[in-house]
Write a protein that binds this ligand. Sequence first.
Ligand code: F6R
Length: 607
Amino acid sequence: MCGIIGIIGKDDVAERLVDGLKRLEYRGYDSAGVATVHGGAIDRRRAEGKLNNLVKELAGSPLPGTTGIAHTRWATHGAPTTSNAHPHATGEVALVHNGIIENFKPLRDELIARGRTFDSQTDTEVVAHLVSELVEQGASPKDAVRQVLPRLHGAFALAILFRSHPDMLIGARLGSPLVVGYGDGETYLGSDALALAPLTQRIAYLEEGDWVVITAQGAEIFDKDNNPVERPVTISGVSGAMIDKGNHRHFMQKEIYEQPVVVAQTLKAYLQRMDDRVSLPIPDFDLSAIRRVTIVACGTSFYAGMVARYWFEQFARVPVDLDFASEFRYREPVMEEGGLALFISQSGETADTLAALRYARSQGQKIAVVVNVPTSSMAREADLLLPTHAGPEIGVASTKAFTCQLAVLAAFAANLARAKGRLTPAEEKEIVRHLAEAPAAINGALAYDEAIEAMAHHIVPARDVLYLGRGTDYPIALEGALKLKEISYIHAEGYAAGEMKHGPIALIDELVPVICIAPSGPLFEKTVSNMQEVQARGGKVVLISDYDGVQAAGEGCLATITMPKVHPLIAPMVYAVPVQLLAYHVAVLKGTDVDQPRNLAKSVTVE
Ligand code: F6R
């Protein structure tokens, strides 16, 4: 999962390519590079690490040329070094790639046997050589690409530049997104509409297997069987303005603070406050015949799905399967005709989730998608699109997308329950009332930021941290552990509180802080018993609860964090906030890169 952009421009393009990369950095930031054709030759600049290094490189050694391609990398094959940075080039061809060429090894061996030499350890470089070989033998760029594409297995989006044809670029898409942008006497390729936002809003989304030849005059698109095809040009509506941090130190902090507003915005689309009803963006989508829901997602989105499983089963009494997208297809799940498969994703591009979606479609499922990027592949492949209105999420660690997903899923569960005849109007009214309280309650949770910041130093020296929760607090424990490990690099695990005694309690000593998520309510006492089992063994507990909970069980804790008292339905949205803030402050104290933690990328478009 890397970001790619190509421009056939009227003027020099290097600066605009780099501006596009800034918008794509969420896809990876291990290295970056740009290539143009000028003076009859391909020229490139590449740099290891963050995009700033490439900017410095270009400042010292500018790159002229009106046609060019650029790339920001999340390393798959080969370390994040300059020689593995894209574009990869021969004398004739330079290309950038997002995805994985799964059969690169035999292709590489074959090319080496024919005398070609490689400069990198990447899977990508084989494509540059395969295309170049044919061009060197006299094939046109179009013929060369047409012959090479069927030889590539795996997932790719490609943008290819040719020394002898500085007036064209060729792009191809299989499994990784690629869009064509139409400008005024200019044409563009990009991983998404966001990359091209300041250049054009007129976007065509390539479909699986499509490839495209772009010139300044426009684009010629071909499908996987090489037939010329038209793909509709849509107006993306994505803002060209660079998103900024406002008064906040990090995007993650800004996004945590945006939650009351964006959750309210999201709920507005799903609640009819006037008549106390929940609703769907497609009101006539029939949910009454749904007998089973299969929820599939990755990472934080998976934990949102885990919370939703409780709601679907409790409200609608519909059985729910839940799986990681990366595992789902491989167990070849049996999916009854007519079931609903529900995919949850911030980006809408996560390769594992997208592949699972396509599997579910092949099994005759209706496809519902909870997604934050409305122009994403998943959004476009859904039967029932359930958007979150979180706005662009830039921090790599997901925060506001998660609480907005929870808001959508709670409303969706209530819709399903009503369609199944399981919800009386009075119960529906109660659900609407509680959900409507969520934004203010999240705001109330944010008011404890300083207290959380003050206790974060207890966690900083830890090597391991455990998070415990029960019921819907269990996925929040998992989410808290994920947040902490990904941005502070402290090892953390979430456990179902009742499972501690079946093994993990052996880990407890005074050096392992245990964060207990236990709002007062039906499960409080049981969780507190598990917490006391930890304390009895010398464990240092941080209790996150409301005033009543802290009064009842706070004694003897290393620290307590007091949340507003809320209804259990919205507790997951509210208790997400302290675990996000805790991870944030620990990371700040440790001095890690909060918004771009090591080894990660925002959009994971490789399987
Ligand atoms: C964690 C995080 C990831 C994503 C996961 C799925 O903070 O952001 O775990 O949740 O990569 O991404 P989406 O939701 O875009 O499918």
